[in-house]
Design a protein around this ligand. Structure first.
Ligand SMILES: Cc1ncc(COP(=O)(O)O)c(C=O)c1O
Length: 366
């Protein structure tokens, strides 16, 4: 973003595509103008690379990853395909609607969604954990990192309680994926969905869903298309109508993929993997520390995001007595941010510097 006077602190809304990704987009656009110049193998390879790289980002295997247009598709897969008996699904009040609507839609199956009330504005994990033990509870859905508060859920703790009670655990990963290390194989998570358009610095329309290996073949795809089937790789057999799903998570990919966008996402993901998610997390953690310390020094500012680094990722939100004036100063100084749920949300990424954060703090102090 050189030559741009803006300070971009808004990866929680949409991540800027790195130069390497923009170059791939241009190359594919050129090829796409002459589709015969685009070898079929490159399309297949773009999809396979996307599955493999997304898997590497989250500590999973490629055959547990299905490419999706975004987070909500993966959450819908969880809502509609997991074999849930009638009962209650739990989530936190304050979650992004993706964790709410797909599960509220299950009323005709006798499944209702219950919101666990906030405590001091943040998710109440103790209340959630206590509620999971109830016999009516069939699943828990929540975001790894909350979109407005930046609160990082303790996935290991919640997942362990879910597992102990035979309750499905579904996670919306979009606000943490790419900037916070995670090892899905070490966590009791059944389905983890993420869009790549934010912290993964990728095009809109790219994302993935991880389905725990034991569930890949145990759950029946409800959305069924030609691309779910083994025969989709063999164009000479399409009209055999051989109803035989892929054995791996590709069985949940329904339609022709956005190959070009996934090729672009591959460049962005490669960059993140090359830098290392741990290094990115350490960098944004240190930038967040500055914001947290500043908020602590101002009696008129209330930090919404937990101060504890273990409980925050890239999002740092704060409320202020004179929020509107502060937000206006940020806009005037071209500090790209958002206001969510009555708080200013700043979301720095790997490309932001301590100097930028200090400039922003001076603007906020003025
Ligand atoms: C927690 C969370 N989930 C989901 C989304 C978006 O969902 P999708 O990728 O399906 O558009 C957002 C952001 O807009 C979000 O913050």
């Amino acid at each position: 973003m050189e030559d741009d006077p803006a300070i971009f602190l808004n990866a929680a809304s949409v991540g800027p595509m790195p130069r390497s990704a923009v170059e791939v987009a241009a190359e594919w656009s050129t090829m796409r103008a002459r589709p015969h110049a685009l070898p079929f193998e490159r399309m297949v390879d773009a999809a396979a690379t996307a599955r493999a790289q997304f898997a590497a980002l989250v500590g999973a295997d490629a055959d547990e990853i299905a490419l999706m247009p975004n987070t909500t598709y993966g959450l819908n897969l969880a809502a509609r395909a997991l074999p849930m008996r009638p009962g209650t699904i739990l989530t936190f009040d304050g979650e992004f609607p993706s964790c709410v609507y797909p599960f509220q839609a299950l009323g005709s199956r006798g499944i209702t969604l219950e919101l666990i009330p906030r405590r001091d504005g943040l998710p109440d994990e103790d209340a959630l954990v206590a509620a999971i033990a109830r016999p009516d509870v069939v699943a828990v859905v929540l975001s790894w990192v909350q979109f407005a508060t930046g609160y990082v859920a303790d996935l290991a703790r919640i997942g362990a309680v879910c597992r102990a009670h035979g309750v499905f655990f579904i996670v919306d990963g979009i606000q943490g994926c790419g900037v916070r290390p995670i090892n899905l194989h070490a966590l009791p998570i059944d389905i983890f969905a993420s869009g790549a358009q934010k912290w993964q610095l990728s095009p809109w329309g790219t994302g993935f869903v991880y389905v725990r290996r034991e569930l890949v073949q145990a759950i029946e795809p409800l959305d069924v298309g030609w691309a779910c089937m083994k025969t989709s790789t063999d164009y000479t057999r399409l009209t055999d109508y051989d109803f035989d799903f892929f054995a791996d998570a590709r069985r949940f990919e329904v339609v022709t993929l956005a190959y070009q966008d996934f090729a672009v996402a591959n460049a962005s993901t490669a960059l993140l993997l090359a830098h290392g998610v741990e290094a990115v997390a350490a960098h944004i953690g240190a930038l967040g520390d500055r914001l947290v310390d500043w908020a602590g020094s101002r009696p008129d500012v209330r930090l919404v995001t937990p101060a504890d680094r273990a409980r925050r990722a890239g999002v740092v939100s704060f409320a202020a007595a004179n929020l509107d004036a502060m937000a206006q100063r940020l806009v005037a100084a071209q500090v790209i941010h958002t206001v969510r749920e009555g708080a200013i949300r700043l979301s720095p990424h790997a490309y932001n510097t301590t100097d930028e954060i200090d400039r922003v703090l001076r603007i906020l102090d003025n």
